[in-house]
Design a protein around this ligand. Structure first.
Ligand code: NAP
Length: 168
């Protein structure tokens, strides 16, 4: 039998659970983007089609992309296509951590399958049209937290990097 795949969610979430509007991110945090690149480079990243087309540069360098779409037979250059959650899981890397990178519909559907969450909590409220689901505190244990309370030109909002593991 195939061993379980390691599935991690990586996301930046505002105080009101907002994550995006008009198929764009709501903020620019240079430090968060740097950490996202460091953490995901060399790995598989899994996303919905909207998020793929929201990327400023695509595909992202040095990462294997799995793109979810309901459109049968659709192909995007240099990407692995998946047509359901199970199909995406079957195409993930069996040996290493796989990163779910959004958007809202994909986070919602993968949350029950994830064993780790890397959440950047952005300490601000935003008007949005896409949101991260509410976490059930009984299911997740925070194992690491790093506060970034300062703001500067490149990081205009205070934020916190938190890592959670699923409670067995
Ligand atoms: N803050 C963050 O960390 C973060 C990260 C990523 C994205 N975002 C934001 O999230 C927003 C996009 O989220 P979204 O929910 O609109 O779009 P999305 O989740 O990126 O993509 C949705 C699309 O994925 C496909 N899909 C979803 N579930 C599927 C399934 N079970 N089987 C097959 N295909 C499936 C469908 O594509 P088809 O229409 O082709 O069928 C669907 O229309 C943007 O504003 C983006 O900036 C924020």
């Amino acid at each position: 039998m195939q061993p379980n795949k390691k599935i991690s969610i990586i996301v930046a979430v505002a105080n009101n659970n907002a994550i995006g509007k008009d198929n764009k991110l709501l903020w620019h945090l240079s430090e968060d983007l740097k950490r996202f690149k460091q953490r995901t480079s060399g790995h598989y990243i899994i996303m919905g089609k909207n998020t793929y087309y929201s990327l400023p540069k695509r595909p992202l360098p040095d990462r294997t992309h799995i793109i979810l779409t309901d459109v049968p037979g659709e192909q995007i250059d240099d990407c692995i296509m998946a047509y359901s959650i199970d199909d995406a899981i079957s195409k993930m890397n069996p040996r290493e951590e796989n990163f779910i990178i959004g958007g809202a519909s994909i986070y919602r559907q993968f949350l029950p399958h994830a064993d780790k969450l890397y959440i950047t909590w952005v300490h601000e409220k935003f008007e949005a049209d896409t949101f991260f689901p509410e976490l059930n505190e009984k299911e997740w244990k925070k194992i690491d937290e790093e506060k970034f309370p300062y703001t500067d030109e490149k990081n205009p909002f205070p934020h916190t990097y938190a890592t959670y593991e699923r409670i067995p």
